[in-house]
Write a protein that binds this ligand. Structure first.
Ligand SMILES: FC(F)(F)Cc1cc2c(N3CCN(c4nnc(C(F)(F)F)s4)CC3)ncnc2s1
Length: 488
């Protein structure tokens, strides 16, 4: 096929650099990116490096002790690509859809074709079901794979208006002349009827984490490549990853990053940060830079409605032992979730907060020793701790599904009790704008605490604890006074 001469020259693919060069060629040539081709290539490599690892090693790799890498022939890829094009074109009669831009009926039809190509019952949570390789050789796709398959199919049909929309736990498509139409194309979670073909309306997405309150990542074609690469899964077993697949993913994400295609994609930045934490790339910035980029991207492009930028950041800081900053990041995550209503389709984010509150935070509080530097004596840490829990309380308020239960309360009390009692005295909690006579007594307690605390640094905890302002007093940056005796 003449059109593929450019790609053919990279074959056979024998090492990571060959794949990076092919992706760079696709991303820089103006002839348009072939999503189905890239998905098939990535899926073929992932399959060889994680599921069927019994492949021949090329002479070149054998001698140079290179990481093992399968030899991928053009014919293999071309056969699968032709199969995908044939499935799509023979099942969609375009004469019925004369419009230049996609219609809801056509989107539903294409989704049905992908849907129809799946085996009836299969374990949808399994790994390695996200690429067209899985669709074409095993008739299996996970929910993300169905969505990206629909977008790839529209490319095959010659449409350029159908694009992938991503939330932190769901995917759908936008389409139409002004990209102002949206449609479900896949399922979500377990035991939920799929809503394929339906639009994602304002009311559906408002205050709903699954739709990011109307601020999803709407992908360009290049960002769809970034989604493909992000969705690659290097795991061989639950505890073993393919080094080759991980570094291929890392190199491709850096390629996309350098071209600016991750700027509006916080989760891809988080994925790259995690890969860098595992194995840093010489000459590249540290994970913290990428995680900060992710937070800034969410603030700049998505009205700070995303949670994962903060939980990626908090998790990294926790793992490197910077507990103060981890606590601050988790409090920021809580500041975001508090504006959402929790419902039964939000289990994934519920699990994130459960892990922080009932596993990570208690570990932090256990870890911190009697060292006066520890955050047990840090009023800002205490304010962030309160902010974290207050946001979860507010998340529950007004939600159709309860969030908190006794396990949360037990862990809250455990962590709360770890903060030094004097710290708690340094924090004055003012009623939410209610100036009752007792508030004047606060000023006395303020006086009596005066000598312990120098400067106000207002940490703001919202009103769900009937709290308006937490006046946090803390030593103004100087080390805690030596007089503070060690306890016990
Ligand atoms: F399309 C869906 F339905 F699959 C939703 C998407 C998920 C996801 C992702 N993830 C999901 C979140 N994820 C996280 N890994 N760590 C996380 C954190 F909790 F540490 F923040 S969040 C791994 C990668 N990474 C890139 N893009 C996407 S699009």
């Amino acid at each position: 096929m003449a059109g593929f001469d450019l790609e053919k020259q990279h074959f056979p693919l024998q090492k990571i650099q060959d794949v990076v060069d092919l992706f760079r060629g696709q991303l820089t040539r103006d002839g348009g990116i072939d999503l189905s081709l890239l998905s098939i290539i990535l899926g073929t490599i992932e399959n060889a490096l994680t599921i069927n690892r019994s492949h021949t090693v090329s002479k070149e790799n054998e001698t140079k002790l290179q990481p093992i890498f399968p030899v991928i022939e053009w014919e293999t890829i071309e056969a699968l690509h032709t199969k995908f094009v044939t499935i799509i074109k023979s099942n969609v009669d375009l004469s019925k859809y004369p419009e230049k831009f996609a219609t809801r009926e056509l989107v539903k039809r294409v989704s049905d074709v992908i849907w129809g190509g799946l085996t009836r019952a299969f374990y949808k949570d399994r790994a390695h079901l996200q690429s067209l390789y899985s669709f074409l050789t095993g008739n299996k796709l996970d929910c993300f794979g169905v969505a990206i398959g629909v977008v790839a199919a529209f490319q095959v049909l010659g449409y350029s208006d159908v694009h992938l929309a991503l939330s932190e736990d769901h995917a759908w498509v936008v389409f139409g002349e002004n990209q102002d139409q949206s449609a479900e194309v896949t399922w979500h979670g377990k035991g939920n009827e799929d809503k394929r073909g339906q639009p994602i309306s304002e009311t559906v997405s408002a205050k709903h984490w699954l739709y990011l309150n109307g601020y999803p990542v709407v992908c360009s074609i290049e960002m769809e490549v970034a989604a493909l690469v992000s969705a690659a899964n290097p795991s061989i077993t639950a505890s073993i990853d393919s080094v080759e697949m991980g570094s291929l993913q890392q190199e491709l994400l850096w390629l996309l990053h350098d071209m600016g295609h991750l700027a509006k994609y916080p989760m891809a930045l988080g994925n790259l940060a995690d890969l860098e934490e595992i194995c840093e790339t010489p000459g590249r910035p540290p994970p913290l830079n990428l995680l900060t980029e992710g937070v800034q991207s969410a603030e700049q492009y998505y009205k700070n409605q995303h949670i994962y930028p903060y939980t990626y950041l908090g998790g990294h800081l926790y793992r490197i032992g910077d507990y103060r900053k981890a606590l601050k990041a988790w409090a920021c995550a809580s500041d975001v979730i508090k504006n959402y209503d929790y419902n039964r389709e939000d289990e994934e984010i519920y699990k994130e907060f459960i892990e922080i509150a009932n596993d990570l935070l208690p570990n932090v509080m256990k870890h911190v020793s009697l060292d006066p530097e520890s955050l047990r004596f840090d009023t800002e840490a205490y304010a962030n701790f309160l902010r974290f829990y207050d946001g979860i309380c507010q998340w529950e308020e007004g939600s159709p599904t309860p969030v908190l239960h006794t396990v949360w309360a037990k862990q809250f009390v455990f962590s709360l009790g770890k903060f030094d009692s004097r710290i708690r005295k340094c924090v004055q909690i003012h009623a939410d704008g209610v100036e009752d006579e007792s508030s004047s007594s606060d000023s006395n307690s303020e006086d009596e605490n005066e000598e312990n605390c120098d400067v106000n640094a207002n940490g703001i905890v919202k009103d769900s604890l009937v709290v308006k302002d937490v006046i946090v007093k803390k030593p103004c940056g100087r080390k805690p006074k030596a007089k503070r005796r060690r306890f016990g």
